[in-house]
Write a protein that binds this ligand. Structure first.
Ligand code: TRP
Length: 335
């Protein structure tokens, strides 16, 4: 059987946080080390431009995301690790796909619809502040995926629709021109937790409730101490299933340790004590990678060289694919 091809992108518009780590980075690193899978992981910096018009932030985020993935042990010999903007064939494919993707399909994209709805609610013109980048976002993402013949695309729930659109776009192209593209499938791993943030809502940079992945030990302790809890006193039983502290614990602990903490909650562990143990647990997993991360940030040339090597490997695929696509649509040397 052919090897499985897995691909996912990371938008470079923020600093990696614990939610990214548990939800995306940790599982991806496990995939990168699986010799039976061909994996593709990339910095989606063109996607970052859709949400973020702050050049410094986009640039800094690319460095931080790359350093974080490397520090956490991404296997870059097995996996391909590259930056989207280093692959010139991706925007080229985006244009070609734009010419067969239905506008009506894009009208249904959640991110776009949410922006229109927000405008309507605010009494603005429906198009207010909406760029062509936001509108065409799913086509760029389709190009990322279809370029490398990805079969499985691990994503969060909010991205399932985009992968389905990529599939749609591929099907339409294959039908009209030639069987060029593999049809991708979104993979959402339900065993991977969607972490809650400091305020108990989903941990997300848009809610400003994140715990950064690689802040100092002291800052990590402080952040964990800030997690919102209820007012139950030491000795009063606490509900683990209604607790951000417990949820974080479960994302880092072994099943045995999780069961033990569940009992501690029933026995009325004090919040301060639970948070202290949580800090120790999280810190034990992150302490060594944190040092590597700090060293990598001091050596940007090394990060850049890893990305360049990844881009060279990725271009072997993207050049072959763009050849096929060009020829399918009739762009070829005069003959
Ligand atoms: N849009 C995705 C996100 O915000 C990131 C992304 C870009 C991506 N291109 C991709 C994910 C291709 C999977 C496949 O999370």
């Amino acid at each position: 059987m052919a090897r499985q091809r897995v691909l996912t992108g990371i938008t470079t518009s923020g600093t990696p946080h614990l939610g990214n780590y548990v939800g995306a980075i940790r599982p991806a690193i496990a995939v990168s080390r699986d010799a039976s899978i061909d994996s593709f992981f990339f910095l989606a910096d063109y996607h970052a431009l859709i949400k973020c018009q702050d050049p410094k932030r986009v640039h800094r985020s690319s460095r931080e995301v790359a350093a974080a993935w490397l520090a956490l042990g991404l296997d870059t010999d097995n996996a391909l690790f590259y930056r989207q903007s280093d692959i010139a064939e991706i925007p080229e494919l985006t244009w070609i796909l734009c010419c067969s993707a239905a506008k009506g399909l894009m009208n249904r994209a959640h991110a776009y619809k949410a922006a229109v709805q927000a405008n309507e609610e605010a009494g603005e013109d429906p198009d207010f502040g909406i760029t062509m980048g936001l509108f065409s976002y799913p086509v760029l993402m389709a190009a990322d995926i279809l370029m490398f013949g990805a079969q499985r695309v691990p994503v969060g729930r909010d991205q399932i629709q985009h992968v389905e659109m990529a599939r749609d776009i591929a099907q339409r192209f294959n039908h009209h021109f030639a069987e060029v593209f593999t049809l991708p499938e979104a993979v959402v791993d339900d065993s991977v937790a969607v972490l809650l943030g400091l305020d108990g809502r989903k941990m997300s940079k848009s809610y400003n409730n994140t715990i950064p992945l690689f802040q100092s030990e002291k800052q990590l302790r402080k952040a964990i101490n800030k997690i919102k809890t209820n007012l139950l006193e030491p000795g009063e039983p606490k509900d683990p299933d209604d607790s951000t502290v417990f949820q974080l614990w479960a994302a880092f602990a072994s099943p045995d340790e999780t069961a033990r903490m569940r009992r501690e909650f029933a026995n009325g562990i004090a919040w301060g004590e639970a948070k202290k143990q949580l800090f120790e647990l999280v810190n034990a997993e992150l302490a060594a990678p944190r040092d590597v991360y700090q060293r990598l940030l001091q050596d940007p040339a090394h990060i850049e060289s890893v990305l360049q090597r990844g881009a060279e490997r990725a271009r072997v695929y993207s050049r072959a694919m763009i050849e096929k696509v060009r020829s399918a649509v009739g762009i070829a040397a005069i003959s």
